[in-house]
Design a protein around this ligand. Structure first.
Ligand code: ADP
Ligand code: MG
Length: 214
């Protein structure tokens, strides 16, 4: 990381989050974090593209956590991921980012895992859900998940979710969220197929892109 990399402290983040970033060894923002965090923290919808390994999870994770009311146990943040492995990674990273905040509950809801424990966990409430589109939609249909209090919806690796045939599930989930929620779309490649969805459902999204050096 070069000396000119901007520090997280230039952002309006809670002091607990800032000191935790320091203890995680996140001393400077990665380029995609530096470009996407200001508009996300200002409440804008954002379409962000940067290569794998560039720190996209912490970018949207911090945006989610900055809007959270911990006293409210309804689901306020939802992250959709293409696979269970990615959802587990994202949930782990958000938990690490949140460890300095009291009692933030992050729940994963993925296909391939038994429904019973997920139903029991949902009854206890969660602040942030990370899951795959098929299983999240299943919980919506069953009525075990409600998204009426959602503040932020993240489509992580949106391009891959479309490639995997999740478009209908994604659209059903988006339709179950409040119209004024913040929507964030992260991907590693240019997602041509996502453009119609973005144009229809996002509100004047800010595009940020960190090009790969050649
Ligand atoms: P992406 O989603 O863009 O593929 P990840 O979010 O998985 O990338 O991040 C890749 C790695 O970079 C992770 O191990 C993460 O802990 C680390 N990382 C993220 N942000 C920072 C930062 N600001 N400083 C140092 N390491 C970071
Ligand atoms: Mg990622």
């Amino acid at each position: 990381m070069s000396d000119s990399s901007p520090d997280f402290a230039t952002l309006s983040l809670a002091p607990e989050l800032l000191s935790n970033l320091d203890s995680l060894g996140y001393h400077a923002m990665t380029p995609i974090q530096a470009e996407s965090l200001p508009p996300m923290l200002a409440g804008r919808d954002v379409i962000a593209r940067a290569k794998t390994g560039s720190g996209k999870t912490a970018a949207f994770g911090l945006a989610l956590l900055s809007r959270l009311s911990v006293a409210d146990f309804r689901v306020q943040g939802l992250v959709l991921c293409p696979t269970r492995e990615l959802a587990d990674q994202v949930a782990g990273e958000i938990r690490r980012l949140a460890r300095s905040l009291p009692n933030v509950k992050v729940l994963t809801l993925c296909g391939g895992a038994p429904l019973g424990p997920q139903l029991a966990s949902l009854e206890h409430g969660a602040h942030i859900v990370v899951g795959t589109p098929g299983r999240v939609e299943e919980h919506l249909r069953k009525g075990s998940l409600a998204l009426g209090a959602l503040e932020t919806l993240v489509l992580d690796e949106a391009d891959r979710m479309l490639d995997m045939g999740f478009q209908a599930a994604m659209e059903a989930i988006i339709a179950a969220t409040p119209a004024d929620r913040q929507m964030l779309l992260f991907s590693a490649t240019y997602a041509e197929g996502i453009r119609p969805i973005a144009e229809r459902l996002m509100r004047k999204p800010v595009n940020v892109e960190v090009a790969e050096p050649h």
